[in-house]
Structure formats: C-alpha cells, structure tokens
Design a protein. Structure first.
Length: 151
C-alpha cells in the first residue's frame, strides 16, 4: 500500500510539473510510535535534507498513538516554516494518528489516510502535569489550534 501511495504522489507531482523537470524526487520517512523529542528532531532533519536535495515534497508515513505536547508543537512549527511541502500519510491499514498524531496530520500541506485507519482524540500530554486549571486552558488552546490548522 505504501508503494502504491508513493507512486500516486509521484504521478501527481510529475503530471503537474513542467516537462523541463522530468526527473522530480520526493523524500519519504516513516514514523511508527510515540511522538517525542527524537521524533521532532528526526522530522526537522528530514525537512532540511529534503530541502537540500531539492525534492518536490516530504512524505511522512505516520502511525502513532500520540506523544508529548512540546515535541508536537516543534513538529507543527517545522511544517509551517518548511519550504518543502509536507505530506502526512496515515498508514498502513489499521494505523492511527491520535492525539499528537492528529495535530501533526492536520498541520501538513497534504493529509492522506490508508483505508481502515483512524485519526482523532486530540488531547495534549505534558511531562510533569499541568498547573491547577492549566489543563483546561491548554485543552481550549489546542482545540483552537486544531481548528486553525484544518481551515
């Protein structure tokens, strides 16, 4: 399924590109697990590498139950500041993009999902907990951010 999606993306990119750019490239990475500082760093480096290689886009195959709020915010910021279009593909079949994964998917330039995958349950997680009343404020702030990303 991954190669089929990658093929579809390549076809879409090549069919819309000028004939002078017949050999366009895309970059592909796989995120499978919880979102944390290492994931944020890996994605940031991958965006830099995709830019230096002059690729058409960076495809991120994603399967995550969620992760840390700080790491999620860094990933979203790197997407929003990226000169390279970001495609998040929730896959393989049965994969999830819940909690942090939902924010990451929605913040991408293009979001796609394999059949029988799940997205949602966007609830931030913070190490050390939230100060009294802080969780409610954070929930409302993150809800507003999710709405902004999806516009």
């Amino acid at each position: 399924m991954t190669s089929a999606f990658t093929g579809l993306i390549l076809w879409l990119v090549s069919s819309t590109a000028s004939t002078a750019f017949a050999a366009e490239k895309v970059s592909l990475i796989n995120i499978d697990g919880a979102i944390g500082p290492a994931t944020a760093s890996y994605i940031s480096r991958s965006i830099e590498e995709a830019q230096s290689q002059n690729t058409q886009c960076l495809i991120i195959q994603l399967n995550t139950p969620g992760g840390l709020l700080d790491s999620t915010q860094k990933i979203v910021q790197s997407f929003l500041g990226s000169p390279v279009p970001i495609v998040v593909y929730v896959a393989p079949t049965g994969a999830t993009a819940t909690s942090a994964g939902c924010f990451i998917t929605i913040a991408a330039s293009v979001a796609a999902m394999a059949p029988a995958t799940t997205i949602g349950a966007a609830h931030p997680v913070s190490i050390g907990g939230f100060p009294s009343g802080g969780e409610e404020k954070t929930d409302e702030t993150m809800k507003q951010k999710l709405e902004n990303f999806s516009v």
